[in-house]
Design a protein around this ligand. Structure first.
Ligand SMILES: *Cc1c(COP(=O)(O)O)cnc(C)c1O
Length: 424
């Protein structure tokens, strides 16, 4: 089974004779053992098995295995949210006193996590302009820099990541490259094929696809050799006192990163995805390839329509030939990017608000990337405390409307936008 579409339908789970066709939901906090020694071996990490759902659950692991297959990795795990996934992905490598580099064009929640909350934990992040040169990014590397982070297609401004450049800076300096692949999904882009060592997801978006469950995922390529740079990664390459002194990179080899994140971070921080949500996620993934193709097809039609209407000031969609990310999008995502775009309409804030309030089929919600089309106006919603000047500083134009194109009839979506533009 090599095709990505088949992996969406069948990945991670092959029922044996008489077993359930659909993945079972293991709605159990705990797992029973016949002997005290059998359970003790699990706590010593001498045997693998389930004992408590705060660390691991079989339903979650089936879905994590599917995402691992889709991304072309060797191990994966689910987390309770995309925020938890990005936090775990970084915190599994960095500790107090460490530093890392991130593209500045990333999701606002991740920007706060890296720039404010992790700073309070003694971990410092330098944000770099994603279009900065190799040399300018490499200049930010310090002796304590432990990783580089970026998003395949950034939320909300839809900038496409220069994988080659970022991966080269990371690998020339002996550190891993982490990529949040939420918007592209493995159907349209597999970051590991372009040099990413670790891939993260907010599964809340296209993977779930129906606005039903918040969740996240981390997938390890197994390509980064921690032991080669052992002095940089003591968390993986020196004994963990909380497990009688085992060394993850020695004992688990290529599985070290996900094992550590599971048995240490999940154990201590407990941000597991509910098995019920993992089941919903799995239902979503079964149709991911069909939905992504339709999201992209619809988005391109809508982007072209918006570009052609004189009441629209600008459109930013990497699938448009006029877009500055077009060539890069074609290189890394030949099948299409995603259904999210941004645009602005001529007029002031009040015009934008009037336009949005006039939409009927397209709803105003704080969400993106599900079957139902929706819009959000950061200046009125997520960033409403900022002045126009502060918005520009934050890289968000005051007139920016984030538009997530769903899988309805494109003609109905165009008609809805037309009638709303007629109201302004
Ligand atoms: C939404 C989002 C997140 C955060 O995910 P949650 O599931 O909402 O916690 C992280 N990265 C990107 C690119 C996102 O779009």
């Amino acid at each position: 089974m090599n095709g990505i579409d088949s992996k969406c339908v069948h990945g991670g789970y092959t029922p044996k004779n008489g077993e359930p066709r659909q993945i079972p939901i293991y709605q159990s906090t705990t797992f029973k053992y016949d002997s005290s020694d059998a359970m003790g071996a699990l706590f010593d990490l001498e045997a693998s098995g389930y004992f408590y759902t705060r660390l691991q659950n079989p339903t979650n692991d089936l879905v994590a295995a599917q995402l691992t297959e889709l991304e072309g990795g060797i191990a994966g795990m689910l987390t309770s949210s995309g925020q938890a996934a990005n936090f775990f992905a970084v915190f599994n490598i960095c500790e107090a006193g460490d530093h890392f580099i991130s593209s500045s064009s990333i999701y606002g929640g991740t920007f706060n996590l890296f720039g404010v909350t992790m700073k309070k934990m003694g971990i410092e992040c330098t944000f770099v302009d994603p279009e900065a040169s190799y040399e300018d990014i490499a200049k930010e590397i310090r002796p304590n820099t432990k990783l580089i982070f970026g998003e395949t297609i950034s939320n909300p401004v839809c900038a496409v990541l220069d994988f080659e450049k970022f991966a080269k800076v990371a690998h020339d300096n002996g550190i891993p490259f982490i990529v949040d692949n939420t918007f592209a999904t493995p159907v349209n882009c597999r970051p590991i094929e372009h040099g990413a060592d670790i891939v993260t997801h907010s599964t809340t978006k296209y993977l779930d696809g129906h606005a039903s469950g918040v969740g996240g995922a981390i997938i390890d390529s197994g390509n980064f050799d921690w032991m080669e740079y052992a002095d940089k990664f003591p968390g993986l390459c020196t004994p963990d006192e909380s497990y009688h002194g085992i060394t993850y990179a020695e004992k688990f080899g290529k599985g070290a990163y996900i094992t550590k994140a599971t048995v240490q971070l999940m154990r201590d921080l407990g941000s597991i995805q509910a098995p019920q949500n993992a089941y919903y996620l799995h239902l979503g993934i079964e149709s991911l390839h069909v939905r992504m193709a339709r999201h992209c097809e619809n988005a391109l039609k809508l982007a072209k329509f918006l570009e052609s209407d004189e009441r629209v000031a600008w459109v930013n969609y990497p699938g448009l030939e006029s877009n500055s990310s077009y060539e890069r999008a074609k290189k890394y995502m030949p099948k299409g990017t995603c259904g999210v775009m941004c645009f602005g309409i001529k007029g002031d804030r009040a015009t934008t608000v009037k336009f949005m309030d006039s939409l009927k089929l397209i709803s105003i919600v704080t969400h993106v990337a599900d079957a139902k089309s929706c819009v959000l106006h950061p200046a009125s919603h997520t960033h409403r405390q900022l002045s126009d000047e502060q918005l520009v500083e934050a890289g968000v134009k005051p007139d920016l409307i984030r538009f997530s194109v769903g899988i309805e009839d494109a003609d109905d979506l165009i008609a809805d936008i037309k009638q709303a533009l007629d109201q302004i």
